[in-house]
Design a protein. Sequence first.
Length: 298
Amino acid sequence: MRLLAVILLLFSCCSGLTISAEKLSPEDEFKARNFIYEGADFLARNQTARALARFTSAKKIDPENPEVYYWLGLTYSDLQNYGVAAKNAETAVTLNPQMVKGWMLWGQCLLFQNKYDDAKDKLERAFRLDPNNYLAAFNLGRCFYYGFKGEQKSLALKFFQRAWELNEDFVPARYYAGCIQLESGMLPLAIVSLRWVITREPRNTEAHYRLGLAYRKDNHITKAENEFSEALALNPNHYESHLQLGHIYLIEKPSREKAIKHFNEFLRLAPQDHPWRERINSLLERDQELQKKKRRSN
């Protein structure tokens, strides 16, 4: 999800390009405007080097134009150079303090750098300027969700719900709302939210996985099993689904063969620092010892 908001921001802002060209000749005004249009088109097609060249050319012609710095910032953000992107966004809003997308871009860059307090300030400025901007609400939700030691998730939920109210087709806001509802134990609401996401995005692996978690916590084991299996059908390397299925076949629907299969896949795929790795290793070692004892006794 790191680049999702940047991509959405790109497509939401491709219209309405302006040139602050009071001191430019008509010829230079046309050139600068054309460079920005061409750069925006290249950026939309993921041709970032060519986009950067066009925006840099526009900057040489019109160095006082906030749009130029906004688009330069967006390009650097697309390259994940968030420090440089933030500086360009800051210049854009310095030149035009009413530029909502500039404040939002600056906030996003700070968010990606885990500077949550600063990100919140910039994103709140964007939302104050445009209270009906669903992307501003969404990014504020992400700021409160990921930052502040996880203590602001109820506030994050409000912003995700607001983003979804402003744009009922915006799937990421409903997905995050479902995640918070799941984490907060609001299982019926989480199930409704995540099922809604899956109806819009049937191939959303993470939505299937989290819906499986919600079903399992709500004691709908077969439905949970189906969702984890669907997640693995979409992504066979989804180790968290292997872990959950291993537990289901160990506890709720006992099947030693299936449990061991999924636990072994989990160990093969999961990172070395996964908190469950040591416990699953120990479980499999105990199982091996038990099987040896059974064979000796026979």
